[in-house]
Design a protein around this ligand. Structure first.
Ligand SMILES: [Zn+2]
Length: 480
């Protein structure tokens, strides 16, 4: 009898983001720990010495709520901190101040573009359809970071060193629902989240420095059906493989690799036994970046084990509607809105607008340049599109060249255009006639053909015009 197997990954994500406040979450210590002398940014509070009292950092709380709001979360009007108890050498207090029952914000979502890969060749020749998918956000809550362990060798002896500079740095945890069915979706979501957080200016979200850390959870839904579906005698069984959490990953590439490894491993495990162990426990694994495999760390971990209870030293927090509205009004224009506006206002392609808006600094620089050109003469030829091309293709160094200087540079370059419009058009038409295949290739979507045509025109007019201008004129004449 035929047996059909359908494997569907179920992936959720926990993302930790270290905020760039000046001071730590519950004390006045300098929160900037990266590259500092170990154990120099510590006090009785962040070391958890007896009698020390934590005082919450208001800015960190506001920023956490801000992240929740842009992720469409509700704000808990009453919220409180809890102690998450566990023992580990990087946690001097023996507990981490976190949130469990009443996170600052909950119940939001983030929309991502997801490619649906069609398996059947349908009338539409395209095999991918772009779909908007809503990833639900379970919560965005506030907690504190732990210290950092380093395993080293001192006087020939293997030791673990602990640095508490990071202990107590404000950390926001963003927990998604298990809504991802594919590793590409995970990466798309992470890139978007990373971009939004950087736009808000609340964190550098620098993965190399550990200010953005990723923890996916994954298991598989495996459906087996024997016989033809819909016929009598056909039977379908559904299995769920045990849940695995992959700890502390620091790159989008590693997340993808770790998840792909787990998908394969869990599917193979199932193939061996044709059943799954239903212990109900979550397994924690680490990712070995060199071998690209996951490694078992702990086999059982439940919320119960942490004995969460309300932090007795910090009173509960209350938020009024006006406080929440005030925070909402501080939200800057976010990437999606900016991209749409750039396409509409400046006539950019979606591709160019995406590149320019990838970073807020570049997007702002671009707009300043576009606006500064309107105040100068000889600006006819310098369209927003040309400026976009300069920034994207010529990689204008925005840290060194001011928008005004960039306009001048572009103008100086375009001044060499001594060719009258009609001459340029004549040359282009001549090239079209001589290269009908390149023209039809370009019309059917082959981008390379455009560069070829531009090159031919350039030769024809002996370099008397900017490639960008020729490119635009060629596109215009072909109605593209
Ligand atoms: Zn401190």
């Amino acid at each position: 009898m035929n047996e059909n197997l359908k494997i569907e990954p179920i992936i959720g994500l926990e993302v930790h983001v270290g905020l760039k406040t000046n001071s730590k979450m519950f004390c006045g210590c300098d929160a900037f720990y990266f590259g500092q002398e170990p154990n120099t940014h510590c006090c009785p509070v962040c070391l958890g010495l007896p009698g020390a009292l934590p005082v919450p950092n208001k800015k960190a709380i506001d920023w956490c709520i801000l992240i929740g709001l842009v992720l469409n979360c509700q704000v808990n009007k009453e919220s409180y901190f809890e102690r998450k108890n566990y023992f580990y050498p990087d946690l001097a207090k023996g507990y981490q101040i976190s949130q469990y029952n009443k996170p600052l914000t909950y119940g939001g979502w983030l929309e991502i573009k997801s490619e649906i890969r069609s398996t059947k060749s349908e009338t539409n020749s395209k095999s991918q359809i772009t779909n908007i998918k809503k990833i639900r956000i379970n919560r965005v809550h506030m907690e504190e970071d732990t210290g950092k362990l380093t395993h080293a060798e001192v006087n020939g002896e293997k030791v673990s060193l602990v640095d508490f500079n990071r202990s107590g740095v404000p950390l926001v945890e963003i927990v998604s629902e298990p809504d991802f069915n594919d590793t590409e979706e995970v990466v798309t979501y992470l890139k978007k989240l990373h971009q939004i957080i950087r736009y808000l200016g609340v964190s550098d979200a620098d993965m190399e420095k550990g200010t953005m850390r990723l923890e996916p959870t994954i298991n598989l839904k495996i459906s087996t059906s024997s016989g033809k579906t819909g016929l009598r005698g056909a039977s379908t069984k559904v299995f769920y493989t045990p849940l695995v959490e992959i700890k502390n990953i620091n790159s989008f590439r590693f997340v993808k690799q770790a998840l792909e490894y787990e998908i394969k491993r869990q599917a193979e495990e199932f193939a061996k036994t044709k059943t799954v162990k239903t212990t109900g426990n979550k397994t924690t694994v680490g990712f070995n970046e060199e071998k690209r495999i996951t490694v078992l760390q702990r086999s059982k971990e439940e919320a119960n084990d942490y004995r969460y209870f309300p932090e007795p030293d910090i009173p509960p927090m209350e938020f009024s509607q006006s406080q929440i509205s005030n925070l909402k009004s501080q939200i800057c224009e976010l990437p999606d809105t900016k991209i749409a506006r750039f396409i509409k206002d400046y006539g950019l392609t979606e591709y160019d607008a995406n590149i320019l808006c990838d970073s807020k600094d570049v997007a702002e620089y671009y707009e300043k340049t576009v606006n500064s050109k309107q105040t100068t003469d000889n600006s006819k030829q310098i369209t927003p599109k040309i400026i976009a091309n300069w920034i994207i293709n010529k990689k204008a160094d925005i840290s060194k060249v001011s928008p005004e200087e960039l306009v001048k540079t572009i103008q100086n370059k375009t001044r060499t255009v001594s060719l009258p419009d009609e001459e340029l058009e004549k040359a282009i038409k001549k090239v079209f006639e001589a290269n009908p295949k390149a023209v039809s290739d370009y019309k059917s979507g082959k981008e390379n053909a455009l560069m070829f045509l531009v090159g031919q025109v350039m030769r024809e007019i002996k370099g008397q015009a900017e490639a960008d201008i020729i490119k635009m004129r060629v596109q215009k004449l072909l109605n593209i």
